[in-house]
Design a protein around this ligand. Sequence first.
Ligand SMILES: [Zn+2]
Length: 363
Amino acid sequence: MELLGDTYFMCGDLREQHLREGPLSTWWLTPPGIDVDSFSARLGTTYDLMSHTFGAPAHPYRVFLRAHPHRGANASAHPASFVMAMNPSRPLDVGSLYETLAHELVHEWLHLDGSDHEKTWFVEGSADYYSLVLPLRAGMLDQAAFLAAVNVAARECYANPRRGLSIQQAQRLFFSDFLAHRLPYVRGMFYLADLDARLRRETAQKVRVDDLVRGVVRDRSAGEQIGISGWCTRVENTLHSPEMPHLDDLVITGAGRPSEDAFGSQFEMEMVDVPVPDFGFDSSTLVTGHVRGLVPAGAADRAGLHDREDIELPRYPEIVRMNVGDVLDIKVSRGGDSATISIPLTGATALVPQWRTRQHTTD
Ligand SMILES: [Zn+2]
């Protein structure tokens, strides 16, 4: 059954429509609307970087690009491959495209065993974490792009309208509510970043979270089953104090916050009050552009939106970046006329950690 879920069929003439570079190959039927040469080159470098970091030898790896008519891109990882869907007429910017491919690559190596709510935070959190920190360390991602991604993730985590959910509750909504869906990703990422800082602090910079992850990859490939308690044991072997309370705080309940030095001493952190993006309609509206579940007297209702009408609004990552006092502009078409409806972000706010490059002062 698992094999069937990982099976993809691509029908058509692929003789000209592929690119091979060492063990890597990229395949497409519809021209994907991106520079496949530079996409594949970046993929190759990132693949080498990751297989080296995770202590896993390189092997044949295939990327399949397919066309879809929607906004943005989505991707799913399978053994030795990933499939990425994108809209050739509205290609993603290079930065977002790279984040997605780096995230999918991590899935080739990093897994835990156990039920979904016990492992998804690690699988998706480590993919979000390493897709940012490894390219940063290798100079493939500059500090500004790294910080932008980390700070958006912090907002998605700590100002999420679903932030009060436990990881088990979030897992139950994983496929039906995109806000709950993001929680295991972002909580897992900030837990790993925080753990890396604790390990470095306690071992005078000798042990990193990479070392633990490499051990997991090695022992799982030798047939060992490693679940959440096995993970905690591995951390405790180095830190000599119970790990479950940290996991509970940062992942299971999400009540904790990562430490200031979670991403290294070159960054400093401050807590910023940011809007909780809750506009008085069902959160699916933000993805589908089709108003659902309008809350009477809620922000959208007060601004004049109607249930079940089609709207045009910024992509969710842009909405998450908005600050208190900003205004969300929504385009509505009614009877051939289009109007702009503005919703001021004056609702609930939450304190969220945001990092910036540390300014070195000389005295
Ligand atoms: Zn993923």
